[in-house]
Design a protein around this ligand. Sequence first.
Ligand SMILES: *Cc1c(COP(=O)(O)O)cnc(C)c1O
Length: 238
Amino acid sequence: MIEENVKLVKERIARAALAAGRDPDKIVLTAASKTMDAASVARAIAAGISVCGENRVQEMLEKHEQGAYAGARLHFIGHLQKNKVRQVVGLCGLIQSVDSAELLEMINERAALLGICQDILLEVNIAGEASKGGFAPESISHILESSPELANIRVRGLMAIPPISLEKGANRAYFAKMYKLYVDNSVKKYDNISMDFISMGMSGDFEDAIAEGSNMVRVGSAIFGQREYARGIPQNRS
Ligand SMILES: *Cc1c(COP(=O)(O)O)cnc(C)c1O
């Protein structure tokens, strides 16, 4: 099941990339493994997953302790509470979901204490949803301009979680808007910024996201099956 799904998702990613004239190998598949137990995560990795993304710090620490992520890289993709920064910096190679200037500063501080440089993505509230965190699209260039002051952070790109798409193609306009934001901000040259990744697209819409320029998708249910606690796409703030 998981093994089959990993293969299918990879094939779908490859097809979408080729259709968009892009190299399938340049698209990073992040397996969104929230609520999945350590054994399931390990199976996904054995089947070819090389990046796992988790949403909840406590759950991630428990699974990490169980060795769930051996052989893969670990990313954080959920809303990071400020009192949990300490536990995530250094453990996760990439924090995809940095959604406030205050969080940026706290991550920088923690990374400085550890003597490391923490890779992060800036989460953009691309649809301007009141219920979601993230930077307003208009504020990204300002955040980037001030980020060289944060010497222990490296901004690797942008991430977005558009609204739950109820119809096929409903999010394409948001993906396109994100891509434009990404490109516009990539041409500027800043210290400690390397705009390598644009993380967008989930089980329901990753092909659309790739068509619009995504090079990092976060796929959960299409790999692991439907999560038990709820159907559909959970909110980032959990
Ligand atoms: C759960 C989750 C995903 C994956 O959602 P699916 O619809 O199961 O693919 C992607 N990104 C984030 C931030 C998530 O929390």
